[in-house]
Design a protein around this ligand. Sequence first.
Ligand SMILES: [Zn+2]
Length: 492
Amino acid sequence: MRIFSATIATETNTFSPLPTSIEAFRESVFLRPGEHPDDAPRMCTAPLFVARKRAARDGFTLIEGSCFAASPAGKVNQADYEFMRDEVLTQLRAALPLDGVLFGLHGAMVAHGYDDVEGDLLERARAIAGAKCVIGVEHDPHCHMTLKRISNCDIMICYKEFPHTDVADRAEEVLDLVLRTLRGEIRPVMSLYDCRQIGSYPTTLPLMRGFVDRMTALEGKDGILSVSAVHCFPYADVPEMTSRILVVADRDKAKADALAKRLGEEFVSMRGKTMPQFLSVVDGVKAAMDEPAGPVVIADPADNAGGGSPTDNTTILRQLIAVKAEGAAIGPIWDPIAVRLCFDAGVGARFPLRIGGKIGPASGQPLDALVEVTALARDCWESFGPTQVPLGNCAAVKIGGAEGVEVVLITKRTQALGLELFSNVGIDPLKRKILVVKSTNHFMAAFGPIAKRVIYVESDGPLARDYRKMVYTKVKRPIWPLDQETQPGLIF
Ligand SMILES: [Zn+2]
């Protein structure tokens, strides 16, 4: 049995002022055959990683293809996407004959000239591998689950958890279902229900937690193989940006249809009830300061690199300084030039530094302050579940006196995921009263357990939580909350 695996992954915010070139992939995940590490999967490479661990035991030969993944940002350069795609497809062709293919794809990548990158890749892969080859795909739920993709693969599974702590578990399931199909034990059929809505669905809140638990309980019995809630990725202006429910069943299409419809209708009934409450920046900072003990975690989802934001908005930092917040630390702010200046100044130096506010209008104004460089560290990482995410060279600076505001500046743009973001540069997150993290909800995996309280604020960063503020031109209408009247229904 011969199985090929590869990854091309990023999440494209089509509104972001940051173009994505192949350099962004080189900075993050750029692994050719023979270069894949043994220790842990990197971002969307879990299918390859899992298949490698199981190849001998499950009796198949794994042919390892290239894995490319980049931090979320703006549209991918067309030539660079085609280069990565053609490299993977050439490897796929060279690996023939193949029984199975495993793709680790984020699912929300947009390139210039390609609104549906993954659909393009899967359609070409199917044409090369042939109709009998079993193609299994893992997606992030923040994806665009297009008809083209569903039509060109056999098994599609999204992570269930947000924060995405189950990337490896879902990859195991994709491999399980591919192998069972190849052994003739099952014959997967898929159904897709379009909820015609845009939303955010953290699974750390009770309503969505219950929904995911019910989804999971349905699997593995009565012919239901897998259920995925497709959250959608709201910051992309592409036609099929919408929340959907995907069901994979064994042989019985009518059963898959019925379940997709039932869960889809339930998902529609949850409109407007799945997001946390958001405070203003002023109220959020005040609420944190009023708490008797820390750490109080303030999340800034609107400036989340994980959604393609530049992560150099200074609004919350400015507020912390204005109200003289004590024992507060904020991170990350992506500012490679400021980091360079801090390295030049050296640990212990006090000097005037301009921080953030550089990339676009939603970055706000830069902040000028007299800072003390408290720590410098090269080639830093932070953990997110089993994966390691690079932060690059980092600097910590303090603004104000002994109990001033500390800022973590990074050179590789990413969101707040692990406690190492702070501890790498000598800041003990357990000992700070207030921790401001730029992240939508992934921060909860590491920061939730240490937080005395979590406060979500809506800053003036680029990722508006009210989707009616986004200017969509390609998204198919009607869709809630842009439109009140919609027509949800089965589409596949
Ligand atoms: Zn995601």
